[in-house]
Design a protein around this ligand. Structure first.
Ligand code: NAD
Ligand code: UGA
Length: 471
């Protein structure tokens, strides 16, 4: 028999914590769900947003599932109270790559996970199920257990589960409502299995039972890193192929289509691009690389590292193609950068390839005008400057402007670079004839996302350059 959970809390009101908790609350009317965060500013935005635009993050469909705010979904900055009252606690805090110390540049910074765990140990006066939702290196649950056991109040028992999240930004709500699978890792004993059953019961409110799978804790933790590594590996593979295509006359979309029809390969995640971005792929692969090295498996580490190296190569290769096409100099020219988010349907820019491209163009002393439908202006300046170095912002502002729409960005520009695959940038949505008229000639367009009909644009007069295709 397992315990029925009535109160849940989630530490971390970010891209994962808030959508996940909101869907749980939306689908489980009898469950009270509280989301707590150390950022009071973030929390008040979650509480007070009266429309989609006022939410701290942009995610299609999110505002609709927040309908249960105030009923069985609550946001608070009172972390201790939220912990105290809950039977089950999701730890969904950030786990960025370490910047300093041992493993810097590779290992995950577990400081936030540890401080959340210590808080739970300190505050809890009744038994808790603690769920590791953040993406962490294999065996982190073990460390959490030790911290909880060493610091908890006498008689208070903690069960630890691993329950990694597989949602992708831009489709988070859809992914949460119908996940391919929910993965729960637990200790292989009665207590562990009972805790896993309690959590499974929550998901079973809307997820078919056969999609809720249970494994041991280490498999669960490792599966999350491996899933991201495999997804990113497909992108790096097709991006490597895009370079061969450009040199041979093969067409990367045709190659991906032909290969993807093989049911063993499958069609998804084979879209060549300017390089993958997002807060997790690079971080999690580097994490896997670090883990492999720590386990004295240098060949394994080198194998996965190559996925990240290929991604860096793709960004610099694309930059080079832009420079070469524009007669080997960008100095004094103007580039319109269409898109700054790391993918469409999100305002998130973490590790976006667009950041690298914008910085590269600025290095060439080129004016860059950026337009993105969802990214906030302030975020762009943050991404283009060095934290704490005022002069870097001044320098960025010398070259970069932020446009209110695609037309303004492209006015008097020598080239358009498509960095994000927003639907609004497709030639069926945007009036490229009008854009062409206002550009310097020859007017170039670099399709870094393969979203345009190049023949159509060439007819208008554009010189079109596409990733994975020759001219
Ligand atoms: P995020 O930065 O958007 O949110 C993390 C939040 O945790 C922040 O608001 C921060 O203030 C808060 N926080 C930090 N320490 C805290 C504490 N001690 N108590 C309470 N709140 C605290 O991060 P995210 O994108 O939501 O990612 C969270 C985790 O989920 C990461 O481990 C990430 O790898 C993983 N993940 C992310 C995605 C994604 O698409 N973003 C998908 C799957 C998994
Ligand atoms: C990714 C995974 O897809 C999620 O399953 C996982 O939960 C998440 O990481 C995480 O752990 O954070 P996310 O980064 O939000 O989700 O978005 P993706 O759709 O995976 O896209 C990542 C990057 O790859 C984007 O820059 C995207 O444009 C790029 N991409 C994706 C390609 O270049 N080609 C493709 O075929 C697919």
């Amino acid at each position: 028999a397992h315990k029925k959970i009535t109160k849940v809390c989630c530490l971390g009101a970010g891209y994962v914590g808030s959508p996940t908790s909101a869907v749980i609350a939306h689908k489980s009317g009898d469950l009270q769900v509280t989301i707590a965060d150390i950022s009071t500013e973030r929390i008040s935005r979650w509480i007070n947003a009266t429309n989609e635009k006022e939410l701290p993050i942009y995610e299609p469909g999110l505002f609709d599932v927040l309908e249960c705010r105030g009923r069985n979904l609550h946001f608070t900055a009172d972390i201790d109270k939220a912990i105290e009252e809950a039977d089950l606690i999701f730890v969904s805090v950030n786990t960025p790559t370490k910047k300093k110390g041992m493993g810097a540049g590779f290992a995950a910074d577990l400081g936030y996970v540890e401080s959340a765990t210590r808080r739970i140990a300190k505050v809890a006066t009744s038994d808790k199920i603690v769920v590791e939702k953040s993406t962490v290196p294999c065996r982190t649950a073990q460390s959490m257990r030790k911290i909880l056991e060493a610091n908890g109040k006498p008689g208070v028992h903690f069960d630890i589960l691993s329950n990694p999240e597989f949602l992708a930004e831009g489709t988070a709500i859809k992914d949460l409502l119908s996940p391919d699978r929910v993965l729960i890792g637990s200790l292989d004993n009665d207590r562990g299995k009972s805790a896993a059953a309690s959590l499974a019961e929550i998901y079973a409110n809307w997820v078919p039972r056969e999609r809720i799978i249970t494994t041991n804790v280490w498999s669960s933790e490792l599966s999350k890193l491996v899933a991201n590594a495999l997804l990113a590996q497909r992108i790096s593979s097709i991006n490597a192929v895009s370079a061969i295509c450009e040199a041979t006359g093969a067409d990367v979309d045709e190659v991906a289509y032909a290969c993807g029809l093989d049911t063993r390969i499958g069609p998804k995640f084979l879209k060549a691009s300017v390089g993958f971005g997002g807060s997790c792929f690079q971080k999690d692969i580097l994490n896997l690389v670090y883990l492999s090295e720590s386990l004295h498996l240098p060949e394994v580490a080198a194998y996965w590292k190559q996925v990240v190296d290929m991604n860096e190569y793709q960004k610099s290769r694309f930059t080079k193609r832009v420079i070469q096409s524009l007669f080997n100099t960008l100095t004094g020219k103007k580039i319109a950068l269409f898109g700054f988010a790391f993918k469409k349907d999100t305002g998130d820019t973490r590790e976006s390839a667009a950041i690298a491209l914008a910085k590269n163009f600025v290095q060439e002393q080129c004016q860059v005008s950026i337009y993105d439908p969802k990214v906030e202006e302030q975020q762009i300046w943050l991404d283009l400057s060095e934290p704490g170095v005022d002069s870097s912002l001044t320098e960025a502002k010398k070259y970069v402007t932020i446009a209110k729409d695609a037309f303004e960005a492209a006015k008097d520009a020598d080239a358009i670079v498509i960095a994000t695959e927003w639907d609004a940038f497709k030639d069926t949505e945007l009036d490229y004839e009008k854009i062409y008229e206002q550009m310097n000639k020859p007017a170039f367009i670099f399709d870094g996302r393969l979203i345009l009909d190049s023949k159509k644009l060439e007819k208008m007069g554009f010189k079109v350059e596409v990733i994975g295709k020759t001219r």
